[in-house]
Design a protein. Structure first.
Length: 244
């Protein structure tokens, strides 16, 4: 390993990324990524994790250059808050509250509800609402918008099914994994020792119960994706100016 990779291993170790689940919860297919078992707890081989992270980042960076859309999925508490803040700031579609059953299978139907959300928000923004609706009607409308926002707001920018899913905790988000596989949508994921990494196209084995670990890995991967989008857009803008 080179010095950069070694520093990455040290950083992940400090964060506790190496701490997997108890031996009793170890998935057989995850054994090859376990360095050793200490006091009944699996210890993840972080040299493998760093290599997996590099592959995932390269893949996401290349995907961004091809204008592919990533949907980030992480509803567990260790991921949801940071995920939401990062994705909102960087305009990346996300699911942080609940994976809606059939989100990919019934995508067109669900998108109709997303459109309703947009229509309601536009209605509230319009001046006529303040004059045509009485107080309790406006309150009900706001409550309805809040409910729809919670369910659909994170991916309201999607027009078609996402090209890639980036998932935190594939065991918890098993329905998202299953639907993505049905449509041959590649999956990048933070995978703990209680899950099968072979189900995932680009697994990054690490402790997915530690907020610091999840935030570090998620930011690292999404920075590669968002950074490539920004570079691609900047190049396109320069090219457009030169052609004038």
């Amino acid at each position: 390993m080179n010095q950069t990779q070694l520093k990455e291993v040290e950083k992940l170790f400090e964060l506790g990324a190496h701490l997997g689940h108890k031996k009793s919860r170890l998935h057989p297919k995850a054994k090859k990524n376990v360095y050793q078992i200490i006091n009944g707890t699996t210890v993840i081989d972080l040299t493998t994790t760093v290599q997996q992270l590099e592959k995932a980042k390269k893949y996401l960076s290349a995907a961004a250059k091809e204008n592919k859309t990533v949907l980030v999925v992480g509803t567990k508490k260790t991921a949801a808050t940071f995920l939401r803040e990062y994705c909102v700031t960087n305009n990346v579609p996300f699911v942080a509250t609940k994976w809606l059953p059939g989100l990919l299978t019934n995508f067109n139907t669900i998108m109709k509800n997303v459109k309703k959300l947009g229509d309601f928000k536009a209605q509230v923004a319009g001046e006529d609402v303040t004059t045509k609706l009485v107080k309790h009607e406006k309150t009900q409308l706001q409550k309805h918008i809040s409910k729809l926002e919670k369910l659909y707001g994170g991916f309201s920018s999607l027009n078609v099914r996402p090209d890639i899913l980036l998932i935190i905790d594939t065991k918890k988000e098993k329905n998202a994994v299953k639907e993505a596989q049905m449509y041959n949508i590649p999956i990048v994921a933070i995978v703990d020792t209680n899950s099968n990494p072979e189900d995932i196209n680009y697994p990054v084995l690490a402790n997915d119960d530690a907020a610091e670990v999840v935030e570090y890995l998620l930011k690292s991967m999404l920075d590669s994706y968002v950074g490539s989008i920004e570079k691609t857009e900047a190049k396109a803008e320069i090219k457009a100016k030169k052609s004038k």
